[in-house]
Design a protein around this ligand. Structure first.
Ligand code: SAM
Length: 282
C-alpha cells in the first residue's frame, strides 16, 4: 500500500469527485428520510495543503487552487454546496485544509444520517477513527473496502450512497470497479453508487463503461473530465465517475458544470468533458 492521498488532495480529480459527491448528498438531504453514505476507500479525511506531501507535487494548485475566481451564476449555483463544505471544514480546521470524502460526507449528515468510512491502511484508519470518535453518526472500519462493501449493503436505512474511490495501484482495477459496481447494484438495486476512476488509458475506461452499459439493469451516468489530450497512457489526462441510480437532476447539472470545469482546469489549452447515459436508459 504505497498510495498516499496527501500528495494528491485537492487536485482536479478530487474537485470533480467531491463536487459530484456533494451534489448527490444535497439530493439525499433534501428529503427528511435518513440516509447512509458508505465510503469504501476513505483516506484520512483532512489534508493540509501546506504540508510537505502536498507541496512536493503541487497538484492542488491546478485543482481547488483554480476555483477562486467565480464562475457564471448558473455554475456557481450548483457549485455552492461544495464551496460551503470546503469553507465549513476550513473554518474549523484551518484555511489551508482540504477536506477528503469523509469530511465532505460528515458535513452533509443530519442527526439521523450515518457515514461509514472504510480504510485499509492501518495508520490512516487509526487517524480517521480518532478524528471522528466523538461523532456517533460516523463509523470507521479498518477493512478491505472491496470485500466490506458486500457486507455493508443494503444499509438499514435503504437509502443512500456508496463511494468507491480506490488508489489504482494494481493492474486491472478499472475492470474491478466495473464488476464490483455490477455486483453491488444487484445486491442493493436502489442505492446510488459513485465509482471514481483516473483516465490515463482511455480504452480501459471505455471497456469498463461498455461492460456496465451492457450489464446494468439500472440507469447510470458516465461523467468524464479531460484536462489534457489523452495521447499518452502514462499521464493522468482526465478523471471520471460512474454514477449508478443518479439523482434525476444530475445529468442536467453535469451538462452545466462539466464544461465550465473543463475550461477552467484545462492544461495546455485542451479541456473536454463527457456526460453519457449507460444502462437501460443509455
Ligand atoms: N476517498 C478519499 C477522498 O476522496 O478523500 C481518497 C481515497 S484515496 C484515492 C484511496 C484510499 O484507499 C487510500 O487512503 C488507501 O490507503 C486506501 N486503500 C487502498 N486499498 C484499500 C482497500 N483494499 N480497502 C480500503 N482502503 C484501501
Amino acid at each position: 500500500m504505497n498510495y498516499r492521498h496527501a500528495f494528491h488532495a485537492g487536485n482536479f480529480a478530487d474537485v470533480l469527485k467531491h463536487l459530484v459527491l456533494v451534489r448527490v448528498l444535497t439530493y439525499l438531504a433534501a428529503k427528511p428520510k435518513p440516509f447512509r453514505a458508505v465510503d469504501t476507500h476513505a483516506g484520512i479525511g483532512l489534508y493540509d495543503l501546506d504540508a510537505d506531501e502536498a507541496g512536493r507535487t503541487g497538484e492542488w494548485h491546478d485543482g481547488i487552487g483554480r476555483l477562486d475566481a467565480p464562475f457564471a451564476p448558473e455554475v456557481e449555483a450548483l457549485l455552492a454546496p461544495y464551496r460551503e463544505a470546503v469553507a465549513a471544514v476550513r473554518a474549523r480546521y484551518g484555511a489551508r485544509t482540504y477536506p477528503g470524502s469523509p469530511a465532505i460526507i460528515r458535513e452533509a449528515l443530519r442527526a439521523g444520517d450515518k457515514g461509514v468510512f472504510v480504510e485499509l491502511h492501518p495508520v490512516d484508519a487509526g487517524t480517521l477513527a480518532e478524528r471522528y470518535a466523538s461523532d456517533s453518526r460516523t463509523k470507521v472500519l479498518h477493512l478491505d473496502g472491496w470485500t466490506a462493501l458486500n457486507a455493508l449493503i443494503p444499509p438499514p436505512e435503504r437509502r443512500g450512497l456508496v463511494l468507491i474511490d480506490p488508489p489504482y495501484e494494481e493492474r486491472g482495477e478499472i475492470d474491478r470497479l466495473g464488476t464490483s459496481l455490477l455486483k453491488a447494484v444487484r445486491k442493493w438495486p436502489t442505492g446510488i453508487f459513485l465509482g471514481w476512476y483516473p483516465i490515463k488509458d482511455l480504452s480501459a475506461v471505455d471497456r469498463m463503461a461498455a461492460a456496465l452499459d451492457a450489464g446494468l439493469e439500472r440507469p447510470a451516468l458516465r461523467l468524464d473530465l479531460m484536462i489534457e489530450r489523452p495521447d499518452d497512457p502514462t499521464r493522468l489526462s482526465g478523471t471520471g465517475l460512474i454514477v449508478i441510480n443518479p439523482p434525476w437532476t444530475l445529468a442536467a447539472e453535469a451538462e452545466i458544470v462539466l464544461p465550465a470545469l473543463a475550461e477552467r482546469l484545462a492544461r495546455g489549452g485542451y479541456g473536454a468533458f463527457r456526460c453519457e447515459r449507460l444502462g437501460p436508459e443509455g
